[in-house]
Design a protein around this ligand. Structure first.
Ligand SMILES: O=C1C[C@@](O)(C(=O)O)C[C@@H](O)[C@@H]1O
Length: 318
């Protein structure tokens, strides 16, 4: 991703460099004040590469959402292109509307398509509680058959590091991806003395519930017995998910390629193992993925996924 090209695309969408009167960044957002807000083309903005969504602030302000770790580079390029230095007080005194709902641009990929399907189906507000239950169940089984359960999504979450963020919390669209490697789909059947009696379905339910309780907008569970599929899932998560919970199964101990994919996308990751691998065979003592994870949870059975999701939410400031 060429940061300068992205900054140029963003600038073109907000009415050109002359239309930018001030700018700043926070964790995942590029903040821009425009001279003439009517020149902002939100469709064009949504289509700009790397842009996950935008939030309008007051009359003239707009926050453009990028994945974590991307916004600084784009901001740097934007400052160079506009010659307008960052101003931390950019939105001080911006009156009027609080943040508008987050508009999200989603480009095609299988996980996102699953997300979109669920997002549409997840519009449960006008259903009765029983209908809601039923819809969630239907959805879970539908997405399970695709080896993907649950919502996928969109943007990372930002930390409320400014005063007005604390006053006007933006509803998050942060979604978490749970990736499981080979044989995890055999939970409940597979060596129950080591992995317990809880089924894979039970684990999916834990993830789904935990994600909802922890404040995520959704959760996708993906399982594959194939290394390349796991790598694809990690790559597809880029720009879509706020964080990844991963149990690579036996690939934990062998796969440099999965580690490389994790490092490539740079998303916050937690490594989970159902069993306590530290107390097992010598060959399980190596974990390649650990180098890309900020936390490892092991030996808690399927409950480890719940902890991971809550820890991820805390890490993201949800
Ligand atoms: O498949 C698995 C499951 C595992 O990752 C766990 O969750 O405990 C531990 C791995 O060593 C093993 O190969």
């Amino acid at each position: 991703m060429d940061r300068r090209q992205i900054a140029e695309e963003v600038l073109a969408a907000v009415g050109g460099r002359e239309n930018v009167t001030a700018n700043d960044i926070c964790m995942t957002r590029l903040r821009i004040l425009t001279e003439d807000p009517s020149l902002v083309d939100t469709e064009q903005l949504s289509a700009a590469r790397g842009v996950l969504g935008f939030v309008k602030r007051g009359e003239n302000g707009i926050e453009v959402v990028f994945g974590p770790g991307k916004v600084e580079a784009v901001h740097e390029a934007l400052v160079q292109l506009t010659g307008v230095e960052a101003d931390e007080e950019i939105f001080d005194g911006v009156s009027g509307a609080g943040p508008s709902p987050l508009h999200v641009h989603i480009t095609a990929n299988p996980l996102r398509d699953a997300a979109r399907a669920q997002n549409e189906a997840e519009d449960l507000d006008d259903l009765t509680p029983t209908e809601k239950e039923a819809s969630v169940e239907d959805l879970v089984s539908m997405l399970d058959t695709m080896e993907t359960e649950d919502a996928a999504g969109i943007s990372p979450v930002e930390e409320g590091n400014s005063e007005e963020d604390e006053e006007e919390p933006v509803e998050t669209s942060a979604r978490v991806l749970v990736i499981n490697g080979p044989n995890i789909n055999m939970l409940g059947i597979r060596e129950p003395d080591i992995y317990g009696h809880d089924s894979y379905q039970a684990m999916l339910r834990i993830c789904h519930d935990a994600a909802q309780e922890a404040g995520f907008a959704g959760c996708t569970c993906f399982q594959s017995n194939h290394e390349g599929d796991l790598i694809d899932a990690i790559q597809d998560a880029y720009g879509t998910y706020a964080g990844i919970i991963i149990n690579p199964g036996a690939y934990t101990h062998t796969s440099i390629a999965i580690l490389d994919a994790a490092k490539a996308v740079g998303l916050p990751m937690i490594e989970v193992h159902i069993s306590n691998v530290e107390e097992r065979e010598e060959f399980r003592q190596v974990s390649y993925i650990r180098a890309a994870c900020f936390e490892t949870i092991m030996g808690l059975g399927v409950e480890g996924y719940r902890k991971a999701i809550f820890d991820m939410a805390e890490h993201l400031g949800l």
